[in-house]
Ligand binder design. Structure first.
Ligand SMILES: [Zn+2]
Ligand SMILES: [Zn+2]
Ligand SMILES: [Zn+2]
Length: 268
């Protein structure tokens, strides 16, 4: 008895239906009346969007609201206590102090390099400039308080530095971020890679410490690539990432978002 290669046969109409629907949705999405906010693979919803608002209701609070409560987790807890004391929500919103974002935020760009993301938040420097500063100052990262960036020695050192070119996109297939370290990963995926035990064994070797040079060496390139292909995006507050979805799924989501936000423009 021999084994046969059996191929999955799609119902005759399925592929055509998918193609026809994708063509219709593509035409609708590229029509002039379609909201360009939903046309991209990366959809950044404004904090106070009229339909998809995600920000906490406390003015200037940078944290996302919890579903249906319209307050972030911390303000929700505060509101529960004040409500028990029979305070009005209006009074609470007027007196609550806004909170800074704590997760899913953009770290911004290196003080020196406009194309390199911040690696050290406390120094506001990219990976290479962070190590250059630590070498120059003879300090460790934990010895640098964020206020060091306002000191004269730091400012003088910054003025002597030249910008470095960007390191290209993060190697994770669905990630829209810029690579922030010699491994070719963004800050979020670098942290996740280490949490997962370095699949493929990529390690960074620092060379010429005065220049902040470093190279990444990999033990198992295939395993590392596989990890990069299968890893999920880093969560960003207010952002929908459609990279890697099938074209029809992507188009359905884009159209669905638009139709829900603009019911007068949707199908009758
Ligand atoms: Zn809040
Ligand atoms: Zn830099
Ligand atoms: Zn990434």
């Amino acid at each position: 008895m021999t084994a046969l290669d059996l191929q999955v046969v799609q119902p005759a109409g399925t592929a055509r239906t998918t193609r026809d629907r994708l063509e219709i949705l593509a035409a609708l999405i590229h029509a002039p009346n379609f909201d360009p906010l939903f046309r991209s693979e990366i959809i950044d919803i404004p904090r106070d969007h009229p339909v998809y608002a995600w920000g906490c209701q406390v003015p200037r609070c940078e944290r996302p609201r919890r579903t249906s409560l319209h307050l972030c987790a911390d303000h929700h807890e505060q509101w529960k206590q004040q409500r028990a004391a029979e305070s009005s929500k209006g009074n609470f919103l007027a007196s609550a102090h806004p909170l800074p974002a704590s997760q899913g935020i953009d770290r911004g760009w290196c003080l020196v390099c406009p194309e390199r993301p911040v690696f050290s938040v406390r120094l506001q420097l990219c990976y290479t400039h962070m190590y250059r500063w630590l070498y120059t100052s003879g300090t460790t990262l934990s010895e640098n308080d964020p206020s060091v960036t306002t000191t004269n020695p730091f400012q003088a050192w910054i003025r002597d530095q030249g910008p470095l070119p960007g390191a290209g996109p993060c190697r994770v297939a669905v990630c829209p971020e810029t690579a922030a370290c010699p491994m070719g990963l963004c800050v979020g995926h670098r942290a996740r890679y280490k949490q997962q035990g370095n699949p493929g064994g990529v390690a960074v070797r620092r060379r010429q410490r005065s220049a902040g040079c470093a190279v990444a060496e990999v033990v198992d390139e295939v395993a590392f690539r596989k990890w990069c292909q299968s890893e999920e995006p880093i969560r960003r507050t207010g952002q929908l990432n459609l990279i890697g979805l099938r074209p029809l799924v992507k188009a359905e989501i884009q159209w669905g978002l638009f139709a829900h936000a603009h019911p007068a423009e949707g199908p009758e």
